[in-house]
Design a protein around this ligand. Structure first.
Ligand code: EPZ
Length: 427
C-alpha cells in the first residue's frame, strides 16, 4: 500500500489539468454492451475503478484496446467491442471490489435478455441499497430474482416491453440502469424524478450518438423510445466536476491561485456558490475555471442534495477548506448515512469539528498541523490531502488506494502547481 507525504504551507499556483469524469466513465463503459459495433471513449481517466470496470467487461467477452497515449498525457482512448458476449454473469469477486459494477445490469439485460450480477455490498459511506434499480427494471417489464447473493434479471421473450416508473428518491445509478435498459426496449419508457446529474446527461448524449431516442435530457422526466438496435460511436467523456471542485478547495486553502483546465463552470454551480460564500474568487475562463483565495476564508452553511444541489461528493473536501475559515460553518449530509469519517482525522490535524447525526459544525481554526492520517474512503482521503496542503509541517496520508480510485495521478497534478508531495510505498 502506498502513502503520500505532504509538506504543507506551499501556496498553489498554476494550471491543473482536469481529467475525464470517473462517475460518467463508469456509466459510459457498460454502454458497449448495447451494440455489437465498436464504441470508442476519449478522455477516459486513468483510475483504478476504470481498470476494474475494464476487467469486468473483458469477463463478458468484450475486447478493449487502449490507443497509444504518451506517459505524460492525462486520460486515454479506449475502444470497446462487444461483438460476441460470452457471459452475462458479473461475479462476486469482481463486484465486491467495485460496486459500480451494478451498472452492467441494465445494459446486459437489454442486450442479452437476461443478466446475473452479484449484489454489491455496502461501502464505508453507507449500505448503498439497489432497491430503486430493481424496481425501475421491473417497471420496464423485467422479472427480478434474488438468490445466493446475486440478482438475476430476465426480460420476457423478445425483450423488455418498456414502461413507466416514478422514482420515490433520486438515484443516479438507478436512473442510469433504467435508461440503459430502456433504449433497446420494444416500446416507450417514461422515468419521473430521474437524477439530473451532468453524468446522466453525458450518458444520454452518448446513447443518442449511438442511435437512441431520448427526450427530456437534463430534466427529471425522461422519455425513451426503444429502438431495435444501437450502433457504435466515438465519444469524449465529460470533465470531472468533483475532481475540479477538489482542486479548487486545495488551491483555496493554500491561499493560492490556479486555473482548472477543462473544467466546466455550468456543471458545478452549487460548488462555485459554496466557494464564493467562503470568500474564494471563482471566474470562468475560455477553457476552464480560475480560482483564487487571496483574502480570509469565511464560514458557510451547506446542505448536500441531488443535482443541481451541492454534491455529496464535495462535502468532505469543502469541510477541509472550511476548517481554516473565520467562524463556524454548518454542513448537513442528506444523502449518505456515514459520510463523516474524515472528521476524526481532520480533528487530529488540529481542526475543531463536531458532528451530531447528519450535521457537522466546523469551527474555523487559525492553523492546522501535519499528522499521520488514514484514508477511509475516496472523498474523505482527498479532504485529508487538502488539509495537509495547508497544515504546518508534514502530513502522511496512508491507504492511498482509496485516492487512486478517483484522482488521476494526484501527486503529479499537485506538483504541477507547486505542492511539495511525494508518494512512497509502505510495507
Ligand atoms: C453515485 O452513486 C456516485 N457513484 C457516488 O459517487 C455519489 O456519491 C452518488 O451517486 C450520489 O451523488 C457513481 O456515479 C459511480 P445514488 P450511486 O444511487 O448512484 C439511495 C464517489 O465518491 N439509494 O444516487 O450509487 C442511496 O443509499 C461516489 O465518486 C437507494 O436508497 O448513488 C443514497 O442515499 C461515492 N436505493 C441515495 O439514494 C437505490 O436503489 C443516492 O444514491 C439506490 C440509491
Amino acid at each position: 500500500m502506498d502513502k503520500i507525504i505532504i509538506e504543507g504551507g506551499k501556496r498553489l499556483s498554476g494550471v491543473v489539468p482536469i481529467s475525464g469524469a470517473k462517475n460518467s466513465a463508469l456509466t459510459l463503459l457498460p454502454c458497449a454492451l448495447l451494440t455489437d459495433e465498436p464504441l470508442t471513449l476519449r478522455n477516459l481517466p486513468r483510475l483504478a475503478d476504470i481498470d476494474g470496470f475494464q476487467h469486468l467487461l473483458n469477463q463478458f467477452g468484450i475486447s478493449t484496446t487502449i490507443a497509444g497515449s504518451r506517459p505524460e498525457d492525462f486520460g486515454r482512448v479506449m475502444t470497446l467491442a462487444a461483438t460476441r458476449i460470452t457471459s452475462s454473469v458479473a461475479p462476486y469477486e469482481l463486484v465486491r471490489k467495485m460496486r459500480a459494477s451494478i451498472l452492467v445490469l441494465g445494459p446486459m439485460l437489454a442486450r442479452m435478455g437476461e443478466a446475473t450480477v452479484s449484489l454489491p455490498g455496502g461501502c464505508a459511506i453507507g449500505n448503498r441499497p439497489i432497491d430503486l434499480h430493481l424496481k425501475a427494471l421491473e417497471a420496464l417489464g423485467a422479472q427480478i430474482e434474488l438468490a445466493a447473493g446475486y440478482v438475476r434479471a430476465i426480460a420476457p421473450d423478445g425483450g423488455l416491453p418498456g414502461g413507466r416508473y416514478s422514482f420515490p428518491g433520486v438515484s443516479g445509478g438507478a436512473t442510469e440502469n433504467a435508461v440503459m435498459a430502456a433504449v433497446l426496449a420494444k416500446g416507450k419508457s417514461t422515468l419521473h424524478n430521474a437524477a439530473r446529474e451532468p453524468e446522466i446527461v453525458d450518458l444520454c448524449k452518448l446513447l443518442t450518438a449511438m442511435g437512441a431516442q431520448i427526450e427530456g435530457i437534463g430534466t427529471s422526466d425522461l422519455v425513451i423510445h426503444g429502438v431495435p438496435r444501437l450502433h457504435g460511436a466515438t465519444y469524449r467523456v465529460m470533465s470531472d466536476r468533483i475532481e475540479a471542485g477538489s482542486y479548487a478547495c486545495a488551491a483555496a486553502i493554500t491561499g493560492g491561485e490556479v486555473t482548472l483546465k477543462h473544467a466546466v463552470i455550468e456543471e458545478m454551480e452549487a460548488t462555485v456558490q459554496a466557494l464564493r460564500d467562503a470568500g474564494v474568487t471563482v471566474e470562468p475562463r475560455p477553457d476552464g475555471i480560475y480560482i483564487a483565495a487571496d483574502g480570509p476564508l469565511r464560514a458557510a452553511t451547506i446542505s448536500t442534495a441531488p443535482y443541481p444541489g451541492f454534491a455529496t461528493d464535495m462535502q468532505a473536501q469543502l469541510m477541509a477548506l472550511l476548517c481554516r475559515a473565520e467562524g463556524a460553518s454548518v454542513l448537513t449530509e442528506t444523502i449518505f448515512e456515514n459520510r463523516y469519517m474524515h472528521v476524526p482525522e481532520l480533528n487530529r490535524m488540529g481542526a475543531h469539528i463536531e458532528t451530531k447525526g447528519r450535521t457537522a459544525i466546523v469551527h474555523g481554526v487559525p492553523k492546522l498541523t501535519g499528522a499521520e492520517v488514514m484514508a477511509t474512503d475516496l472523498r474523505a482521503s482527498m479532504s485529508l490531502v487538502i488539509a495537509g496542503l495547508a497544515a504546518e509541517g508534514e502530513t502522511q496520508v496512508h491507504r492511498l488506494y482509496h485516492l487512486d480510485r478517483g484522482y488521476e495521478r494526484l501527486e503529479e497534478k499537485l506538483a504541477l502547481v507547486g505542492a511539495q508531495v511525494e508518494r512512497v510505498g509502505e510495507d
